[in-house]
Design a protein around this ligand. Sequence first.
Ligand code: ADP
Ligand code: MG
Length: 372
Amino acid sequence: MASVTYDDVVKKFGENTVLHNININVEDKEFLVLVGPSGCGKSTALRCLAGLEEITAGRILIGDRDVTNIAPKDRDIAMVFQSYALYPHMSVYDNMAFGLKLRKTPRAEIDRRVKEAAEMLGLVDKEKKVDLLGRKPKQLSGGQRQRVAVGRAIVREPAVFLFDEPLSNLDAKLRVETRASISKLHQRLQTTFIYVTHDQVEAMTMASRIAVMKDGVIQQLDTPQTLYDRPDNVFVAGFIGSPAMNFFDARLVKADGALVVECGAFAVKVPENKAGPYLAHAGRQVMFGVRPEDLHDPHYAPPGIHQALVETNVDVTELMGNEVFLYLRVGENNFVGRVDPRTQARIGQKAQIAMNLDNMHLFDKETERAIR
Ligand code: ADP
Ligand code: MG
């Protein structure tokens, strides 16, 4: 069991800097998810921690121990890769036992750990009369192979588990199930997990904290709820949440003692209780952000919100059963609303939309940083 620290870690490949001064403190037993688009440096960050890549500058600590120059096998971590890389000629049992055999772990101990992990992962289930330990990888489904790869990490009983996009090869339904079982596994093992994915839904559902990365730079590191409620910049605001936050190029102006966000074809008045931090930006270009779930059919808007009513054109409607996605247009602006399924909004017609300004976001147009 251990904490993990990236202390000003820089990684270059030749002249190309892939990780820029990464600082992360992962607490003991935490489930930290590192999320960002493909190519932003997530795998490199994990591989540096595992010791599979040498870092260019900075330090990496596991617990209090500086492991920067320690060999991978002595770092007390286990990694589950996207490609499970099981040995095709070995049984499930032998695949899971292999690493322990190399370490000369006593046979009885290997047997205990493999069987315990196999039961934990449902590879052996006496009640259901399931026992996959004798099978070869090619006799397994994708989901079962994925569990063997996780089992191979569990038997090592490491201080830290690393996962690099372990669900990407599974179909959508299995991904959802496996997501839940990895969360349960974390509960059960009470060990530090560091999990890399490009999928913000995986990040939101599993993480105790999320580090959002772009171009080798950590953009924000916080709890899922804080990232959603208080994104620090336009990138995080647009990355977390689905469908993504709507953004409007706008100008913040003072009119009749109030602040108004002028978005071209429409304008909204900033609620008084939100105006404080925005005042200094009056007269400047900003980006106005509002999430699809903060747009409502006015008939079904939650009571008591500060709302702005906007006339929109409805380009497309998508009925999801529990809600309707409205693809809306005002002037040059296209945006999405997630509204009550009882809405009467229809394709090709106009619809009045209530924007919940209690949850509005404003960003500086130049720096793209949240104005607070
Ligand atoms: P992610 O996992 O977020 O998709 P990676 O960490 O794999 O991103 O890659 C980050 C960047 O580093 C990419 O631009 C990639 O091309 C580059 N990169 C990764 N590994 C190497 C390597 N061994 N040599 C040179 N460049 C690499
Ligand atoms: Mg990767």
